[in-house]
Design a protein around this ligand. Structure first.
Ligand SMILES: [Zn+2]
Length: 285
């Protein structure tokens, strides 16, 4: 099993049908939540998933529309009797604040609380985040108001690759992160400091040689803008679509194009860095 389910596609102001942007990556062994908004167990349950089966959470950055659901998620896991460890990945800036936030809730005194392992990532392009048989995830810093990461997710069984820009201005880091990917999910909040317009997302996709662009983190409800997909298409030759809540991207089928050698190079670097470069990977329980 290798798929990604979009759990929310809206910018910071959600509607009933479009939650704040977050997603889940599913493999045989791992269930990885990318950002935790509102109370994420509701969206996970609606997607047919058991939140207690989450193995990992990647927190891209410490803005409320990406990280405010962490305390409720951890508390609900605890109340449901979770005992297995949970891995949480993010930049130092992000995880320091997650710890402070949980400290305000006095989590160290919650009895029989399960182990939470923090993996503090350096601000460095193509940092290995996690690797399992179904997917390999790398992170690169992107240009937002606070430290933030975008992700590159490779599915070695089918040689398919996806990238996610997260919240960012147009930047070369995302071009490199999404080089030749099958799918780029790029934010389209609108042109403003720390964000991008749909057209700018299209420009990045074009530069990176992306096959398909999905726009995400766009204005919804009464703030909806007319045809942002068409706006992106003005700058991008490939397919463009809007990511929507509960959209499932299936990476189980092989692509009808040549295998990207690049994927295997990345895998080698993952193994090496995870085992040999411990200064960046100090798990803290
Ligand atoms: Zn943000």
């Amino acid at each position: 099993m290798s798929k990604v389910i979009i759990l929310g596609s809206s910018n910071a102001i959600p509607t009933r049908h479009s939650e704040n942007t977050h997603m889940v990556i599913l493999g045989q062994e791992r269930m990885v939540l990318v950002d935790s908004v509102s109370n994420p167990i509701l969206r996970l349950e609606e997607a047919g998933l058991n939140f207690n089966e989450l193995t990992d959470i990647i927190v891209t950055h410490f803005h409320p529309d990406h990280a405010s659901g962490i305390p409720l998620l951890l508390m609900d896991m605890w109340l449901m009797g979770r005992q297995k460890p949970l891995n949480i990945y993010g930049l130092h800036y992000t995880l320091d604040r997650v710890e402070t936030l949980m400290g305000l809730y006095n989590w160290s005194e919650w009895p029989n609380f399960f182990p939470v392992v923090f993996y503090r990532l350096p601000i460095r392009e193509m940092t290995p985040v996690l690797s399992c048989p179904d997917f390999v995830i790398h992170a690169s810093p992107v240009h937002h108001m606070i430290p933030n990461i975008g992700l590159r997710i490779e599915f070695p069984n089918t040689q398919r690759v996806m990238a996610y820009s997260c919240d960012t201005e147009p930047c070369e880091e995302v071009v490199r992160l999404s080089q030749n990917v099958d799918i780029l999910i790029h934010e389209a909040t609108g042109e403003s400091p720390g964000h991008s317009s749909a057209q700018q997302a299209g420009e990045i996709a074009e530069k990176a040689g992306v096959k398909k662009l999905y726009l995400i983190h766009y204005p919804t409800g009464k703030f909806t803008k007319s045809d942002i997909a068409a706006e992106a298409k003005m700058a991008f030759q490939g397919d463009v679509a809007l990511a929507t809540d509960f959209m499932t991207l299936n990476f189980e089928t092989k692509p009808p194009f040549p295998i990207l050698e690049y994927i295997f190079k990345m895998e080698e670097s993952v193994g090496k860095t995870n085992s040999d470069d411990n200064q960046f990977y100090q798990p803290e329980i």
